[in-house]
Design a protein around this ligand. Structure first.
Ligand code: C2E
Ligand code: MG
Ligand code: MG
Ligand code: MG
Length: 292
């Protein structure tokens, strides 16, 4: 009797599991169609040097213009995608789209740089460097130095020697690297020493609470200190208010990205935004004493 009951329970579980797999399968098929039918779009968010007011580039952020559900943010579709090889096709689409956009902006008189997020699974693919080189070759008007690849700090949890080799090979092409969401990836300091990325991007969770939470502030100061020792640039993401900017400048982080500067916007909006952008004079209040 009990055994019978147990078996039924397992069958129920199997059915649920099977239904879930089927559902995921359909969702992925749906995303493959979205890619083919041009439903994916890139939004762009500016990054600035708060000290000089210079716009140093833009980050490309994917959106799905869903015919029924409207514009979907990446957290609604990326987690599933990251478990599928389709993430590689989409990552390559993002690279093409962003590079083509750089050409268009250059023609409008804006020689911008772009940062592209690459999923760990894509970055670790055996053909990554060769494919990247082939894609760059399709845009001879874009210097590879104008492309920055953002990878998660947690890629370092894999085979560091292999990661290092891939980053170095991409850098030989001219491409730059940033470690995204820095501080959340639990990588050891020893890994940081071995990963030759030029930039650390401080995760927005630390920035959000830095004005109230001494520990988050201390983490940011620690990252800035590390970056200085290792000769890397630091940029803060999720800079939502001018006060965040002032504090970041005070502790030595000049580069920022966040709603206080601009929300991610469609490519067509970037020209007007650049024309109208004025750096916030309050940022300079945080200028460190040694600079006075
Ligand atoms: P991320 O690379 O760390 O990107 C920063 C995220 O913070 C973006 O969310 C951006 O819209 C958001 N953000 C910017 N400023 C602020 C702010 O002041 N306050 C707050 N609360 N949020 C801010 P988004 O666009 O939803 O993207 C989420 C994540 O999805 C990205 O985090 C990135 O990991 C991933 N992602 C986005 N586009 C792509 C892509 O093309 N390929 C891959 N593989 N991943 C992507
Ligand atoms: Mg990013
Ligand atoms: Mg990030
Ligand atoms: Mg993130």
């Amino acid at each position: 009797q009990a055994k019978q009951l147990g078996r039924n329970r397992y069958q129920l579980f199997d059915l649920e599991a099977a239904a879930k797999i089927e559902h995921h399968h359909q969702e992925l098929e749906r995303m493959r169609c979205a890619l083919q039918h041009g439903e994916l779009r890139l939004f762009y968010q500016p990054k600035v040097n708060m000290r000089t007011g210079e716009v140093i580039g833009v980050e490309a952020l994917i959106r799905w213009q869903h015919p029924e559900r409207g514009i979907l943010a990446p957290d609604e579709f990326l987690p599933l995608l990251e478990r599928s090889p389709l993430i590689i096709d989409i990552g390559e689409w993002v690279l093409h789209e962003a590079l083509a956009q750089l050409v268009a902006w250059s023609q409008q008189g804006h020689p911008l740089s772009v940062s592209v997020n690459i999923a760990t699974r894509h970055f670790q693919h055996i053909d990554f460097v060769a494919r990247l080189q082939a894609i760059l070759a399709e845009y001879p008007g874009v210097a590879p130095e104008r492309l920055e690849i953002e990878i998660l700090e947690s890629v370092a949890l894999g085979d560091v020697e292999a990661m290092r080799a891939v980053i170095t090979a991409c850098q030989a092409l001219g491409v730059r690297f940033a470690l995204d969401d820095f501080g959340t990836g639990y990588s050891s300091l020893n890994y940081l020493k071995q990963l030759p990325a030029e930039t650390l991007k401080i995760d927005r969770s630390f920035v959000r609470d830095m004005l109230e939470d001494q520990e988050d502030l201390a983490i940011i100061e620690g990252v800035i200190g590390l970056a200085t020792v290792f000769g890397k640039e630091v940029i803060a993401e999720g800079v939502e208010t001018p006060e965040h900017g002032v504090m970041l400048m005070r502790i030595g982080c000049d580069y920022a990205q966040g709603y206080a500067i601009a929300r991610p916007m469609p490519a067509e909006a970037v020209h007007d935004w650049l024309e109208g952008f004025e750096p916030d004079p309050r940022w300079l209040l945080g200028r460190r004493e040694q600079d006075e």
